[in-house]
Design a protein around this ligand. Structure first.
Ligand code: PAF
Length: 288
């Protein structure tokens, strides 16, 4: 496995003539790798000849007062895990390599970013799209792999790729969970032992909500009951519990085929997000 820090070096390695007809699968990450990332690599490895992973804690997607400075980092461990998982090239640029000057061109993601995490993390998805645009231009991947745990990010990137005709396809990879249901996340290490024992309630509550929706319960009642369960059984502060059409992230209509039931909960040092996807059309009773 090669570790490269410069854009020029990476471009040389991935030069179209060098790679000839080999496809490139790309796994963008902010490091502190866990099994969720490794599931992305596994799929990329199965589907491509070359697998590239980027590890870059992107400052433009963190707002003032957010955890950019304290975001967990461990480059050595990440490199070992990436090598073991079969990554061919790890791209680990520093901040100056990615943002050598203070450019003021912004990218605005639109309506999909006005809800859920976008509503409370102003500018977050602008920063995500900025770095993704740069990474897609640098790596020029055939396929790019994103986890469903960050379902809003995934939906916005799918729109970005479609709207701006990127060459890459976006591959969705299911959320990887701990045995007790907690979605794997780099931020889980920041939970206190008490919070860690409470955290599986998020998924428990979402699953309950999903079941209720499938049984035909009204959306607002479901949102309320999911929030109630999280509030009663954890010490975290709920940012949102919301049900929206997926991947449009607009309010549900009679035509919606899939919905996302999502939540974000702020614990003392970690913000946790999770979601479940609910198929709506399959659940409708047959009209005959
Ligand atoms: O999901 C992440 O880790 C980040 O948002 C991403 C996609 C690597 C962009 O910095």
């Amino acid at each position: 496995m090669k570790i490269v820090n410069s854009i020029e070096q990476l471009r040389k390695l991935l030069n179209r003539q060098v790679r000839q007809r080999q496809t490139v699968g790309f796994v963008p990450t902010m490091g502190f790798l866990h099994e969720g990332h490794l599931a992305l690599v596994k799929k990329a490895r199965e589907e491509n000849e070359i697998v590239v992973m980027s590890i870059f804690v992107n400052p433009t997607q963190f707002g003032p007062g957010e955890d950019y400075a304290t975001y967990p980092r461990n480059e050595q461990r990440d490199a070992a895990l990436a090598a073991e998982a079969g990554v061919d090239i790890v791209f680990m640029p520093d901040k100056d390599e990615m943002y050598p000057r203070v450019g003021d061109i912004q990218i605005f993601p639109g309506k999909q970013a006005e809800v859920l995490c976008g509503a409370s993390r102003s500018g977050h998805f602008d920063g995500v799209l900025k770095v993704i645009l740069k990474l897609f231009n640098i790596v020029d991947p055939d396929r790019s792999y994103f986890g469903m745990k960050d379902a809003q990010q995934l939906a916005i990137i799918e729109t970005f790729v479609e709207d701006f005709n990127f060459r890459t396809t976006i591959e969705r990879v299911p959320t990887v969970r701990e045995k007790d249901g907690l979605a794997k996340s780099s931020r889980n290490v920041r939970l206190s032992p008490k919070e860690r024992s409470e955290a599986p309630v998020l998924y428990e509550a979402l699953q309950l909500g999903k079941k209720q929706l499938e049984q035909g319960k009204e959306a607002s009642v479901v949102e309320h009951e999911v929030a109630q369960l999280i509030e009663n059984k954890t010490s975290g502060a709920i940012d949102y519990v919301a049900l929206l059409a997926y991947p449009s992230l607009q309010p549900l209509t009679a035509d919606s085929e899939e919905a996302i039931l999502a939540c974000a909960v702020n614990f003392e040092k970690a913000r946790l997000i999770d979601n479940v996807i609910v198929k709506l059309k399959d659940e409708l009773p047959c009209s005959e």
